[in-house]
Design a protein around this ligand. Structure first.
Ligand SMILES: Cc1cc2nc3c(=O)[nH]c(=O)nc-3n(C[C@H](O)[C@H](O)[C@H](O)COP(=O)(O)OP(=O)(O)OC[C@H]3O[C@@H](n4cnc5c(N)ncnc54)[C@H](O)[C@@H]3O)c2cc1C
Length: 337
């Protein structure tokens, strides 16, 4: 649908990452946030997807209460320049006031290209968004190493581009009975200007952003071997082991397991921390956890300020006891009594 060139910038466009028919898990989070913003600004929400397997993507997206869906069936590989040119074409046609993009590797490659193309502002890695009465997007993100939360506004140019960290916003559930208008186009790049090497993810286990239960280890763990008991605890509880940056810096845990501002944002049902003090940089990545149990030997530890269950004590005493009682409970159940 073509609009007049002088049409005002209006509407919220969500870019969803899709590969082989699968939507990136942060897509419902971005759509949910766009719908909340649209309530404030009384605008429409549209979705733009570029990638492969669009038939499946279309069916999936039709479960969300958005007004329009624009899909480009194209090369399976993410070609940043090509994807950016397709996205720019869609934005030129639709003239949204706000464009939300996931803060994924793909989103981080795409968003700067688009903001340069439109000579407008981009705020990366937002953790909160709101609309002011003039339609300006108030984009909040940690700044200066996470010590302050900065609110950034793009007042004079449009569209307003923001990337949003996965795992931070509340996802919208899929529903029935919506009838968004869908535009689907097949276009393939003739020129492959970039060579892309795909590396398999070598980390074992489930990505920490997808876990319902996380055990997190910090500098209170004295030796690398001591992590074994925490890996074991995570396993018998049906979760995964994550960590603070302190352990990544020691080389004891891989960066993929790090929670925090320069790591991953997580929102598990339950997070149990051991020997983590609760710096702003760590807490920026875990505030959305539904239940926080914190074990720390320092009664003044900052993590206790946000923990639902603060436990002051030595992790070297508490972890073995906990393992014993969980195993006893599991044994009791598997005994079929
Ligand atoms: C730009 C920037 C980005 C950063 N990004 C991140 C990030 O993404 N994630 C992150 O985690 N950090 C990040 N940091 C680092 C951050 O500032 C802290 O250094 C780090 O979070 C500290 O980790 P910690 O809580 O494990 O260690 P500490 O702060 O040293 O805390 C260790 C805790 O263990 C407790 N303890 C000690 N022994 C025991 C015991 N036996 N039993 C129980 N408790 C015990 C202590 O009381 C203490 O509270 C970043 C820093 C900068 C500057």
């Amino acid at each position: 649908m073509r609009r007049e060139k002088e049409a005002p910038w209006s509407g919220i466009l969500v870019y969803v990452q899709c590969r082989r028919g699968e939507l990136h898990p942060c897509s419902p989070e971005l759509i949910g946030e766009a719908l909340r913003l649209a309530e404030q600004s009384k605008e429409e929400v549209w979705v733009l997807g570029i990638g492969s397997g669009m038939e499946k993507v279309q069916k999936e997206l039709q479960g969300y209460p958005v007004s329009r869906i624009f899909l480009y069936e194209t090369d399976d590989l993410f070609l940043p320049g090509w994807y950016a040119s397709l996205a720019a074409g869609c934005i030129r046609e639709t003239r949204p006031s706000v464009v939300l993009i996931g803060g994924t590797l793909e989103g981080r490659a795409l968003a700067p290209r688009l903001s340069v193309e439109f000579r407008t502002g981009l705020t990366a890695d937002c953790t909160a968004l709101a609309m002011d009465p003039d339609g300006n997007l108030i984009q909040t993100r940690p700044a200066f190493g996470g010590n302050v939360m900065a609110s950034i506004v793009t007042e004079k140019s449009r569209p307003q581009f923001a990337t949003v960290r996965p795992g931070v916003m509340e996802p919208v559930p899929r529903g029935k009975g919506f009838s968004p208008v869908c535009f689907v186009k097949s276009v393939f790049s003739e020129e492959k200007t970039v060579k892309i090497t795909i590396r398999e993810d070598e980390t074992k286990g489930v990505a920490i952003g997808d876990c319902r239960l996380l055990v997190a280890a910090g500098r209170g763990v004295k030796k690398k071997e001591d992590l074994e008991m925490l890996y074991h605890l995570a396993e018998i509880l049906g979760g995964e082991l994550a960590c603070s940056r302190a352990l990544v810096e020691k080389g004891w845990m891989p960066p993929e397991r790090q929670i925090g501002i320069s790591g991953n944002s997580v929102r598990p049902e339950c997070l149990i921390t051991f020997g983590i003090s609760g710096t702003v940089q760590f807490m920026a990545g875990m505030r959305q956890a539904k239940r926080i149990i914190a074990v720390n030997s320092d009664p003044e530890a900052r993590i206790f300020q946000i923990a639902h269950h603060p436990i002051c004590g030595d992790l070297y005493e508490i972890v073995p006891e906990l393992i014993q009682s969980v195993e006893k409970e599991a044994g009791y159940q598997s005994g079929g009594v």
